[in-house]
Ligand binder design. Sequence first.
Ligand code: SF4
Length: 373
Amino acid sequence: MEATVPILGMTLAGFEAAARGRGMVPPDVRAMYRRFHRTGEVPPGGFPSWVDDGRRPVHAVHVDGATAKFTMALHDGLETESVVIPMRHRDGSVTRTLCVSSQVGCAMGCRFCETAQMGLMRSLSAAEIVAQLHAARFAVEDPVAGATGFEIKNIVFMGMGEPMDNLDAVVGAIRTMTDRNAYGIAPVHVTVSTVGRTEGIRRYGDLLREPGFHRLNLAVSLNAPNDRIRSEIMPINRAEPIALLMAALLEFPKRPNAAICMEYVLIPGVNDAPEHCDEVCALLRPLRCSLNVIPYNPRRGSPWPAPEEERVREFVDRAIANGQFCKRRGTKGRSAMAACGQLGNAAIRNRRWVGVGAPEPAKEIVEIRVADA
Ligand code: SF4
């Protein structure tokens, strides 16, 4: 049987090359490729038999007033999870960020993370990663307007999985997502987040050295001011301690004025003391970075509660007083287990499927309001 070509995982150049050997002429192939990625339409009569369109059933959406979470069934019965986060700006406009998964489950075992409870089931292909964007655009209802076909401005690789452990597929997906003939997402609006896999950080840096990709962003889950605390909550730190991570980050090819985003999940009684704040600011001083403080979202069976708002504010204020550029990140989606570190939970198993060709409206969406930015 003829091997199929996954259109969702290919740039136009790659798709044209595959088509050429099958006797198709470039204008036809280009039109087919652009229409599918830009509008979700398949050619009248369907794709040629050598094309795998990669669309999968998308499950109804979980909503908590600001965030839409959806799952997509894979060919082997596993599922991806993704989150659409709308953001209203001061001028009243709304943009949307899509958080994608790069693996089903995760092997990293971070103690504060819901996904870690699943373990790693498998890595996703580039097409399966891009399929999440295609589904968000054409199969999931707009959390604001109540229709499909909304634009996604930002892509963050912060869903299930460690992107650096599946970097070839992640890079392939980024190439398709940013292809002007496909989704045309600006590289400056793409962020890959890692637990701190130093070899992956170096290889991702190589992509930034390619023409057109120098504005891609890097985020790192730091979450602790020193090796003792970090090794307790993030097993990866025992293999790749903070000194190795910092060395890789200092070499990372940032564009002028760009900052690496250092994520710090604030966990009561673990890493939230004033001296922890001082220590992490001193650690980050040599690095041009933004410290993003994220109030902990308790996973199921969590030994820790969410932090009190006042403690979060104190931590952020102290970091700023220390001269560290610091932001507090909101926790949209907490009640629907769609917030940071909460993907991969059992609560989403109670579901209804939405068709892939002409999707029905996802009736579980009862109300979506847009949270203030
Ligand atoms: S926080 Fe990220 S790297 Fe750590 S277990 Fe969860 S998904 Fe994996």
